[in-house]
Each structure stands twice: as structure tokens, then as C-alpha cells.
Design a protein around this ligand. Structure first.
Ligand SMILES: Cc1cc2nc3c(=O)[nH]c(=O)nc-3n(C[C@H](O)[C@H](O)[C@H](O)COP(=O)(O)O)c2cc1C
Length: 336
């Protein structure tokens, strides 16, 4: 494949969500393969010292490349961690032949630019069980389990651990400094989380059990007192998103890449059905809350992702976060 065609594939791959929109990837392309590398220069040493969430992010990018290639009529084979001597060489995507792209392949590829993290409250409408079953099967193909959090005692434990982790994070100056360094007020920023993508209200005041990550800790102006509170006014509708946990048996780079690929697939299939998502990974950031989630929910294996899913409110604009241009991340193999 020509470099120009690879540029289009890499453009699709870089639409992948990544922790704090760090986009911790680099790519090289030759005629018949794309190689994906972790870029250690974009690490999050406080939030993600093992690189787990960044490797998951790169796994999503690998899967987005596979989806884009399938829609372009290219059958692929993916080898994870192809170079035992370089653990930052995360994957090789090889072209193994032409295929007839299906309607489904094209629908999934066109979901890639449509997908955005949606943190605003979702509509009060359940994600259908058939779609959740399909997503579970998609994740299962990558050795990743997909478990909706449905039982009330599981929900109580998960909500408690997210709140506990969020509280620990807000009390940690190093975490807050790192988070703020990835928050962007310039709408043309090519990386980081744009303030417009973060709901402006205090996440603690939101009528939801599920506390979204607070990206503007300590910088939000004090909310004015509610004018003339009407005691007869109905309480605000409490959001009831579908929340799913995804995880793997192992907890190493290979497992994180598998979880990332599974998540990439889950996100494009969900988007193609009108369902949006936002990760809620605070409880997984810290070894203590992550371990407690495992025991409290009797999970077999290791939780890798907590995802809030639902149908976005109609008419509410979705903020689009920036991406670095392809020529910053795609190098010729010989330039590496
Ligand atoms: C591994 C991982 C963890 C994430 N954790 C959170 C989170 O805890 N809270 C949140 O609001 N967004 C989270 N995100 C979403 C990113 O902030 C988002 O993908 C990024 O800002 C790019 O925006 P986009 O998804 O709209 O393209 C996470 C994404 C990934 C891949």
C-alpha cells in the first residue's frame, strides 16, 4: 500500500480515544504492514505509572486501523508485541489479502469519526439487551469479558469505589497537576481534553449515582446559590446509564492490548447503533480501589475498563477533541 493510503488508515487509528487524549502512539508503514509503538514521551507517570491505560489506548488505535482496512477491502492479521526486545513495539498489522468489504465493515468504519466521548447525561432509555449481548460477544473474541453492572449490590460497591478514588485523586496535588497539564482551553488544541468536552457543573451535584472524572478540580467558580428554591419542584431526573466492566484474565501488556482492541470494537459497534459511551476509570487508576473492585464484585481476572453507556440527548452538541496531524505520528520505517 502507498504511504498516502496508510495516512488515511492512520488518520482513522488516531481517532481512537486515549487516556486524557494523550494519543500515546507512533506508527511506521511499509508496503504491507503497519507497526504501532507506544510513545513514552507522552506518558502519565502519576495516573498511569505502569502504562496500562496508555497501552489500552494504543490497542483501540490498532483495532480502528483494522476496521478502516477492512472497509478498504484489506484483510489483516495482527501480531501483538512482535519484538521481544522492544516492549514499546506494541503491534504489527499485516495485509494478508484482498477481501470484499461488507455493508457492516463500511458501517463500522464510518462510526469511527462519529464516535466521541459523551459525558453529558444520557436519555432515560436502556441500551437493549440484544445489543449488550452482541458487545459481549465482540469483546469475547479478544479474550476480554464484558459485564454489565446490574445487581444493586454490585452497583453500590462500584459507585462507592469510584467516589473513593475520585476523592483520593482530588486530594493528590501531583495527580491534579498532571490532569491540569492535559486540560485545554484553546479550541484548536491537537491533544488533551478540551474544557468544552467536560460538563461545566460540579460532578458531585449531578443527579447521577455515577461520578464522572472531574477535569477542572479546584478551578471551578463557586456555584451561585440556587435562586428561590421551590420546595414543590419535582426532583431532577436521576440518570440511569448502562455501566459495563470489561476485563481480562491476565494483567500484562498483551492483556491490555487485547482489552484495548475489544474496547475499540465495542465502541464502533455501539456507535453504529446510536449508543455513546464515556469511560469512568477512576476506580481502576489506583491499585487499592482496583483490587477492591475485584474482590467486592467477585471478578475473575482483572478489570481494565469501566464504561458508562447510553443514548445521547438529542440537540445537545458534542464537543470534539483534537488530534495530532498524521505526519506527526506516522514515520517511514526507514526514519525510525
Ligand atoms: C483507557 C482510557 C481511560 C479513560 N478514562 C476516562 C475517565 O476516567 N473519565 C473520562 O471522562 N474520560 C476518560 N477517557 C476518555 C478520554 O478522556 C477521551 O477518549 C479523550 O479525551 C479523547 O476524546 P474522544 O474520546 O471524544 O475522542 C478515557 C479513555 C481511555 C482510552
Amino acid at each position: 500500500m502507498e504511504q498516502q493510503e496508510w495516512a488515511q488508515v492512520v488518520e482513522a487509528a488516531t481517532r481512537a480515544p486515549s487516556i486524557h487524549n494523550t494519543q500515546p502512539w507512533r506508527f511506521t508503514a511499509t508496503a504491507d504492514q503497519l507497526d504501532v509503538f507506544l510513545d513514552p514521551a507522552r506518558a502519565l507517570p502519576v495516573l498511569d505509572p505502569t502504562g496500562r491505560q496508555q497501552v489500552i489506548s494504543c490497542g483501540i488505535a490498532v483495532e480502528f486501523a483494522v476496521v478502516a482496512l477492512a472497509a478498504a477491502g484489506r484483510l489483516t492479521e495482527v501480531e501483538l508485541l512482535p519484538d521481544g526486545g522492544n516492549e514499546d513495539h506494541l503491534a504489527t498489522v499485516r495485509l494478508v489479502g484482498p477481501i470484499e468489504a461488507t455493508e457492516e465493515d463500511r458501517a463500522l468504519a464510518s462510526a469511527i469519526p462519529e464516535r466521541h466521548t459523551v459525558r453529558d447525561p444520557f436519555q432515560p432509555r436502556d441500551v437493549p439487551t440484544e445489543l449488550l449481548d452482541r458487545l459481549q460477544a465482540e469483546a469475547g473474541a479478544f479474550g476480554t469479558w464484558f459485564k454489565p453492572v446490574t445487581r444493586s449490590e454490585e452497583e453500590v460497591a462500584t459507585v462507592f469505589l469510584i467516589d473513593r478514588a475520585e476523592e483520593m485523586e482530588q486530594g493528590d496535588p501531583a495527580y491534579v497537576a498532571e490532569l491540569q497539564s492535559w486540560l485545554r482551553t484553546d479550541p484548536t488544541a491537537v491533544d488533551g481534553v478540551p474544557v468544552e468536552a467536560v460538563p461545566s457543573g460540579d460532578p458531585n451535584q449531578r443527579p447521577s449515582n455515577w461520578t464522572i472524572r472531574d477535569f477542572v478540580v479546584g478551578t471551578r467558580p463557586q456555584a451561585p446559590a440556587a435562586p428561590g428554591h421551590d420546595p414543590d419542584a419535582p426532583p431532577p431526573e436521576v440518570e440511569r446509564p448502562t455501566v459495563v466492566l470489561m476485563g481480562t484474565d491476565g494483567d500484562d501488556r498483551h492483556s491490555w492490548l487485547q482489552a484495548g482492541r475489544a474496547l475499540g470494537r465495542v465502541l464502533v459497534v455501539a456507535t453504529s447503533h446510536g449508543v455513546a459511551a464515556s469511560p469512568l476509570t477512576q476506580a481502576l487508576d489506583w491499585p487499592a480501589t482496583r483490587a477492591r473492585l475485584r474482590t467486592r464484585l467477585s471478578l475473575v481476572g482483572h478489570p481494565q475498563m469501566l464504561l458508562r453507556m447510553g443514548y445521547p440527548q438529542e440537540g445537545v452538541p458534542v464537543a470534539v477533541s483534537g488530534r495530532r496531524p498524521v505526519d506527526e505520528v506516522l514515520m517511514r520505517a526507514s526514519d525510525r
